[in-house]
Ligand binder design. Structure first.
Ligand SMILES: NC(=O)c1ccc[n+]([C@@H]2O[C@H](COP(=O)([O-])OP(=O)(O)OC[C@H]3O[C@@H](n4cnc5c(N)ncnc54)[C@H](O)[C@@H]3O)[C@@H](O)[C@H]2O)c1
Length: 358
């Protein structure tokens, strides 16, 4: 709650400051419009604090978050921050972990992690089975259809889920992609097979393209799409293998191209957050050798030792940044990769390098 209040206070302060520096009301959105939109009446804009705070209110907005199966990850934290601002939350969950997630929800296992700033609990209105490596029903191979982890499930391809969401909610406002999968993630790129590389790309990068494609037509004007990326896309992070670094590079590049295409087509904003290391379920599964630190434990320790801000990074930090990017406060921000990593991306030298002590 403290962090959330701080965020709102900081945003209000930022925004009221920017109003103070605005040279004139004539330089607002409509003043620069070259298209037919310039015929639109100029919206009155008092820039008062209360009006700007209202802009952060997400009441009446519907957010679909793909890739939530427990409360440890970034998808959950973003859902919570959006719920805190009043959005209706629906999620897409990978079929192999769907039952365990639904059981956990029913048993109240995530209640403690659902508390919002006013003391109420986040409600997930609906959980849709979603396998983001399939776009259309015809893409689903026989071995998946008959797999016991998919038994009794139907309609989990991206286009079917978009149709189901439309049937339930009509148009929605926020689309979050918080999922990744690389079957060969523990292998260096030099040892990664074509199959493993393409699987990482399919599950972790193309899945975002497909979600934006299929959900675009059911998004309200001024909607936004958001994904999660990792610094391994642009700097070498040993241990983040199997083509996952390549998939994240694709995701960031696609963010820019989709921002242009979906912006022009649907008025949608598209951004990605380059998040610092978090001990989520997915991340904890990388490089689990008995008696040794996992990949993510090393990454967290490294960040604490070397980032400009020597403080813990919580999933809520990314949740709050996701909320900002998905809110009208960020209405002119699109195509960006926003680092939420205590500044680690800015470092070019490791402070704890043994070489510094020689
Ligand atoms: N944890 C970190 O340190 C970290 C850092 C930077 C970026 N990220 C990114 O954040 C996002 C969320 O990951 P997280 O670490 O919070 O873990 P997480 O376990 O909460 O989320 C990953 C989710 O992806 C789902 N998933 C896997 N394959 C899928 C498929 N084919 N279809 C649908 N869902 C599928 C899993 O079931 C899981 O719910 C990922 O894109 C990840 O790369 C994580």
């Amino acid at each position: 709650m403290f962090r959330f209040t701080l965020l709102l206070a900081a945003l209000s302060a930022m925004l009221s400051t920017s109003v103070a520096f605005a040279p004139s009301l004539a330089v607002g959105r409509n003043g620069f419009c070259a298209s037919s939109e310039s015929a639109m009446p100029v919206r009155s804009h008092s820039g008062s604090k209360s009006e700007l705070n209202m802009a952060a209110d997400l009441k009446g907005k519907v957010a679909f978050i793909a890739g939530v199966a427990d409360s440890t990850g970034y998808g959950w934290a973003i859902a919570k921050a959006l719920a805190d601002a009043g959005a209706t939350i629906i999620v897409g969950t990978w079929p192999p972990v769907l039952k365990i997630f639904e059981r956990g929800l029913a048993k109240g296992q995530f209640d403690e992690d659902s508390t919002l700033s006013d003391g109420s609990k986040m409600t997930i209105e609906k959980v849709y089975p979603l396998d983001a490596v399939f776009d259309e029903p015809d893409d689903v191979p026989e071995d998946i259809k008959t797999n016991k982890r998919y038994a009794g499930l139907d309609g989990y391809t991206i286009s079917e889920v978009a149709k189901a969401v439309e049937a339930d909610y009509g148009k929605i406002d926020i689309l979050v992609h918080s999922l990744a999968n690389g079957p060969e993630v523990t292998k260096p790129l030099l040892e990664t097979s074509r199959k493993g590389y393409l699987a990482a790309s399919s599950a972790s990068a193309y899945s975002f393209v497909s979600l934006v494609q299929k959900f675009g037509p059911i998004m309200n004007p001024e909607s936004c799409a958001l994904s999660l990326t990792y610094i391994a896309s642009e700097k070498v992070i040993p241990g983040y293998g199997g083509g996952m670094s390549s998939a994240k590079a694709q995701l960031e590049s696609d963010t820019r191209t989709l921002a242009f295409e979906a912006g022009r087509k649907w008025g949608m904003r598209v951004n990605t957050i380059s998040a610092g290391p978090l001990k989520s379920r997915a991340a904890s599964a990388i490089g689990k050798e008995p008696g040794q630190k996992t990949f993510i434990e090393v990454a967290i320790d490294y960040s604490n030792a070397n980032a400009p801000l020597a403080q813990d990074l919580y999933s809520d930090d990314v949740g709050n940044s996701g909320y900002f990017l998905c809110s009208p406060l960020a209405r002119t921000i699109t195509g960006v990769t926003l680092y939420v990593d205590n500044g680690l991306h800015a470092m070019g030298m490791a402070l704890d390098s043994a070489a510094l002590n020689q």
